[in-house]
Design a protein around this ligand. Sequence first.
Ligand code: 5AD
Ligand code: SF4
Length: 450
Amino acid sequence: MAHFNDNDKSSANSRALKVYVETYGCQMNLADSEIVLSIMNKSGYVPTEVLEDADVVLLNTCSIREHAEEKIHQRLHTIRKELNAKPELVVGVLGCMAERLRTKLMEKHKVDVVVGPDDYRRLPQLVEGAFSGVQGIGVRLSRTETYDDVIPFRAEGVSAWLSVMRGCDKFCTFCVVPFTRGRERSRTLSSVVKEVEGLVKRGFREVTLLGQNVNSYLDGTRDFADLLNSVADVDPTLRVRFTTSHPQDLSDKLIDTIAGIPNLCKYIHLPVQSGSDRILKAMNRTYTRSEYLDLVSRIRTKIPDVSLSTDIIVAFPTEAEQDHKETLSLMAEVKYDGAYMFKYSPREGTPAFNLGDDVSDKVKTDRLNEIISLQQRISFDLNQKVIGKTVDVMVDGHSKRSDAQLSGRTSSNKTVVFPAGAFRPGDIVNVRIIRASSATLFGEVVTRVN
Ligand code: 5AD
Ligand code: SF4
């Protein structure tokens, strides 16, 4: 019979060990957690969704802003407290914070393993060492690792994330990603297509191709437009999405591809970060305001029903009121369907860190509130224009508020809530929109499509 000695982590080896992963940050991390579960599963660990049942607890972390890191520090603190009664538990930190803070995490939280985004193949070995009381660290960055051959461990569902490239070579001056995730590299086109074929066979109805700079994907001579073409071809009824696009790599070929293929969703997340040329330059974004606006108008000419969203940072070092006004005017000009908006957060080791953090927190908050309320007005107005129209909605599941309502998304990624009928996740339903807020469209079912 299995016997546990509270002070000896190795004794836990006598039955199938359970691994629990908690994921923070971007969708890349969600996809990485599924890769981690697959790697651990191959070594005999059984995934669990119940923290209390776990022998190994892994937090897949984010470093993008200080606030994201603070959340993890607190979580590590509570996990240790909650699980004090289980000293045999192995606790690990994965992802960007592991890469950035390394042994500091071990000093601060007594975690057993610290493994960065390119070293997950070593995780089982490092965890095994931790069961014998040896702390493990794996933070080597790789120029080639894409986990191309690892089939992610996915629960059943209709929507899947698929990372197709890793890393970032853009070096925006505010961003830690090039340091925590290393250089850009792409998976092979054939393995991505094979994975998508497998997902379709399992009943998935939507895939989102992921990369920090997904449109700089390159497999030999085949670029991101070629990849989208091949993935869309796997099944013409499969919805294909992608994120995140850097404006510099959004080629005309890519725009034509999105315009021409019906099952490629008409939604582009195109972070602008700022509307001021001076700030864009200081951020090393590699485009000017007018180049960006020109790109938006080329996209809208070729894909008239496209929906656009963006990321904006307020109060980058030296940002003056005039720069901020230019961001507001760019937002008013583009009229994004949605935006993710952030206060600048200084990250040690990035070039912008040396510029200081000269905008006061009060001004940061005011500017953030100003762009949030502008965006809400814009989203509200755009959504009012959909009232009376009929849209194709793929069902995600019950709405957050009520089981009598279903929630789904349009090709343009707008959330639609409508009365529940006999529909299942993955079904596509025609819904006539009768009411809209800034975040949600509300409608009634016209017909089922698929
Ligand atoms: N401070 C605030 N926001 C940041 N982002 C990246 N780095 C920082 C930072 N240091 C934002 C950018 C990016 C998104 C993922 O996070 O807007 O597009
Ligand atoms: Fe960071 Fe810029 Fe790369 Fe995006 S493009 S991950 S913001 S460095």
